[in-house]
Design a protein around this ligand. Structure first.
Ligand SMILES: Cc1ncc(COP(=O)(O)O)c(C=O)c1O
Length: 403
């Protein structure tokens, strides 16, 4: 943060619980003593003198120079995210995909090799499978749940591992500590997309990951207002791999969006805990519904990786996967019959949302590839919101009964 003209109010690390850090970290009041964090909606800053501008650019004088590089409101959001995640440093980006792209491109050079889990959000998979090879970076996709597959994929030139856990949309869970150990043995760094778990339920850095990325568009905003992303890691990781890439290429978040996300963090734990509790109730109530082929929920003992979830996660998820009988037609009939739950491709929102991944987020993959990723035509992703559980259950059960 910029120390000039601002009273910094640090909250000592380790002495407060997550809920407290979510409200107080990153606060740096101006001389007006505002209660809510100030919004610095400015492209840049003026200097006292030409000498001061020169010194700022030489990094010899503290302060901000241009919002593409840094901004007090963006820095407040980054500080709160870093404190929450237990990271030394964080950088915010315009979207979650900007965070994924910058984190991965920042780590590799032509000739390097990346190993990634194959069950990924469609755009994440495009970055590792299609974008990186354009620049001479090869990528091997593996079944992320098979630790031997990660080991076998390693080559002398492997520098980076990438995974999502739980994965979008299959809720497949990967052993982060074990994959981090394999990556480190190979001299590579592990990046984890922690969107589905949220920082409330999973701490990849504590499990051994080197970098965590978020789409802040999801639970961090959680109210469907704006896009955003964050990259977190050690100070050296951020400074050496990410910082210059972001400064020079400019996937910068608007200070306004950073402010919205900063305020969103204050209620993150409350929202995620409530949404997760409701998701658990819904998963249990619908589990044996005759219109379902299967229901996957990380909070249920029948999840294929229930033991790992108990070890690795502090709580399950706000997302449930339902496979409706009748393939695409069955899924569409169910979705179209919903009244309260909305059809959308976002998740982690206050409003409960359903998505049909096979025709939206994962549409570009051939059917065989979708099947390999576990995305059946009848699969519907349900992101559970803040509505009353009884109202949601009635809507979901009615829609299934009528599908
Ligand atoms: C797992 C995961 N990673 C990254 C993203 C990309 O986020 P954004 O839409 O903010 O770019 C998404 C979006 O759905 C996602 O689900």
């Amino acid at each position: 943060m910029c120390p000039t003209a601002r009273e910094s109010v640090p909250v000592p690390r380790g002495s407060h619980h997550l809920d407290t850090r979510l409200v107080h970290e990153g606060v740096a009041r101006t001389e007006f003593g505002e209660t809510s964090e100030a919004l610095f909606l400015t492209q840049g800053f003026v200097y006292e003198s030409a000498e001061s501008a020169e010194a700022r650019f030489l990094n010899e004088e503290p302060g901000y120079s241009y919002t593409r590089y840094s901004n007090p409101t963006v820095a407040a959001f980054e500080e709160r995210m870093a404190a929450l995640e237990g990271a030394e440093a964080a950088r915010a980006t315009a979207t979650g995909m900007a965070a994924v792209t910058a984190a991965m491109l920042g780590q590799v050079r032509a000739g390097d090799h990346v190993v990634a889990a194959r069950a990924l959000f469609g755009s994440c998979r495009w970055v590792v499978e299609d974008l990186l090879p354009r620049f001479g970076v090869r990528c091997t996709l593996v079944d992320g749940t098979d630790l031997d597959a990660w080991r076998r994929a390693v080559r002398p030139e492997t520098t980076a591992f990438f995974l999502e856990s739980p994965a979008n949309p299959t809720l497949e869970v990967i052993d982060i500590a074990a994959v981090a150990a394999i990556a480190h043995e190979a001299g590579a760094l592990l990046t984890v997309d922690n969107v589905f778990a949220t920082p409330v339920w999973q701490r990849p850095l504590e499990l051994g990951a080197d970098c965590v990325v978020y789409s802040a568009t999801k639970h961090i905003d959680g109210q469907g207002r704006c896009l955003g992303g964050v990259i977190l890691g050690s100070r050296s990781f951020i400074e050496e791999k990410v910082q210059q890439f972001l400064r020079m290429t400019g996937p910068t978040i608007s200070p306004f969006n950073a402010w919205v996300l900063l305020k969103g963090l204050e209620t993150l734990a409350l929202r995620v805990e409530r949404q997760t509790r409701t998701a658990g109730l819904i998963a249990d109530a619908l589990y044996n519904h005759p219109k379902l082929v299967r229901l996957i929920y990380p909070g249920r003992p029948d999840h294929p990786q229930a033991d790992l979830i108990a070890r690795q996660m502090l709580g399950p998820s706000t997302v449930i996967v339902l496979e409706v009988k009748g393939g695409k037609a069955g899924a569409f009939a169910f979705m179209n019959a919903l009244r309260l739950v909305k059809i959308s491709n976002n998740l982690g929102d206050a409003k409960s949302l359903v998505t049909h991944p096979a025709t939206t987020t994962h549409q570009r993959f051939a059917p065989a590839l979708r099947a390999e990723m576990g995305i059946a035509d009848g699969l519907v992703r349900l992101s559970v919101g803040l509505e009353h559980p009884d109202d949601l259950l009635r809507d979901l059960a009615d829609a299934l009964d009528g599908a």
